[in-house]
Design a protein around this ligand. Structure first.
Ligand code: HEM
Ligand SMILES: CC(C)=CCC/C(C)=C/CC/C(C)=C/COP(=O)(O)OP(=O)(O)O
Length: 303
């Protein structure tokens, strides 16, 4: 049996609901949650807790994605990258999507509260509120600072993992938060350069649209430096040892190399092109994954 063409479909399948949760983005968010659990435990956190936190973490971040797609369905419809989202195409109505999102958030909060710790549930809710309330509703359409302040949403997943294991948050857990906070601009503004014309057309005030390429690459370069410096600090506090340090320095050097390769030609007067920004955007995700993996391996094996 062949699938019906998209335009002819009127009934949404489970795949459409899954698409509302932004599965690819969540895969990396969840990776930071799970690796943070190993870092907090300094060993195996237990299979039950790993499963509960992974499922609940997915549901919470997924719920945030659902509400983001409901709120942004008008602008998503106008951009090629997002036009086919079920909320924009009308395949899934606002009411159904909102109920789905609310159910995910409620289940996630209860599961974390009951089977992990109340603090983990609150941290997850804080991530949700920051993404939906601060980023999507308040800042995204208003200011180019949107992704810096709203980007705090993506910093909560490691706190969820940490709090699920210890019921508490220490300085190192907040370092994990801060690393993602300072990493986000390099990740997102590299992408924003790639798709700046789409953002311009729909009037979303992303940095390259508002202040141009030069300020964007300068900010990306600065935030990349902050990220690498910050990534090394936990070592100076004896929270991690040489495995993490070696990985942080090597992967950080590569991040700086790619940020520099975007910065230099644009500062020399060239227009920032998609081709120039792609390597940094793609590498940003590998970088974060490798850094968190190194933290987990290091603390499980050595510290
Ligand atoms: C304000 C913060 C952030 C913004 C505005 C942002 C924005 C975006 C956008 C617009 C995309 C393209 C998605 C697509 O093509 O469908 C993307 C991709 C991605 N982002 Fe982010 N992001 C942010 C933070 C994060 C964080 C914290 C993580 C994980 C720790 C993350 C992980 C990813 C991944 C894995 C992809 C690739 C998805 C794919 O290939 O479809 N992002 N991001
Ligand atoms: C703990 C917890 C619940 C955390 C949730 C954090 C979360 C879902 C962060 C994701 C960040 C992200 C994908 C932003 C893109 O939004 P966008 O609207 O700019 O992208 P779009 O144009 O693809 O919709």
């Amino acid at each position: 049996m062949t699938a019906a063409p998209v335009a002819a479909r009127t009934r949404a399948s489970w795949r459409d609901y899954l698409a509302l949760t932004k599965p690819k983005v969540i895969s990396l968010l969840l990776f930071t949650t799970v690796t943070a659990m190993f870092m907090a435990q300094r060993g195996w956190p237990g299979l039950t807790l790993l499963i509960v936190v992974s499922l609940a973490g997915y549901a919470s971040a997924g719920s945030a994605g659902v509400f983001n797609m409901v709120i942004d369905r008008d602008i998503d419809l106008k951009m090629a990258r997002t036009a086919k989202r079920p909320t924009s195409s009308g395949l899934i109505g606002t009411r159904e999507a909102s109920m789905f999102g609310a159910a995910l958030q409620l289940l996630s909060f209860l599961a974390l509260w009951v089977w992990a710790t109340p603090l983990a549930a609150w941290m997850s809710l804080a991530g949700f509120v920051t993404y939906v309330g601060v980023y999507t509703l308040w800042l995204k359409r208003r200011t180019w600072h949107n992704i810096v302040l709203g980007g705090a949403a993506g910093c909560f997943p490691p706190l969820v993992g940490w709090a699920a294991v210890t019921g508490d948050l220490n300085l190192f857990a907040w370092f994990l938060f801060a690393i993602i906070f300072f990493w986000t601009p390099a990740h997102f503004w590299a992408l924003a350069i790639m798709i700046k014309e789409e953002y311009r057309e729909v009037g979303i005030p992303m940095l390259p649209v508002i202040h141009g390429d030069r300020l964007t690459v300068a900010q990306v370069w600065l935030y990349s430096i902050y990220t690498v410096v910050l990534s090394v600090l936990p070592w100076t506090f004896h929270e991690v040892s040489w495995i993490y340090l070696a990985v942080a320095l090597l992967s950080g050097a590569w991040l700086l190399r790619l940020a520099w390769r975007l910065y230099r030609p644009v500062m020399a007067g060239q227009v920032a092109t998609r081709k120039m920004a792609v390597p940094l955007y793609l590498y940003s995700m590998l970088y974060l994954a490798v850094l968190f993996l190194a933290g987990a391996v290091d603390r499980v094996l050595l510290v």
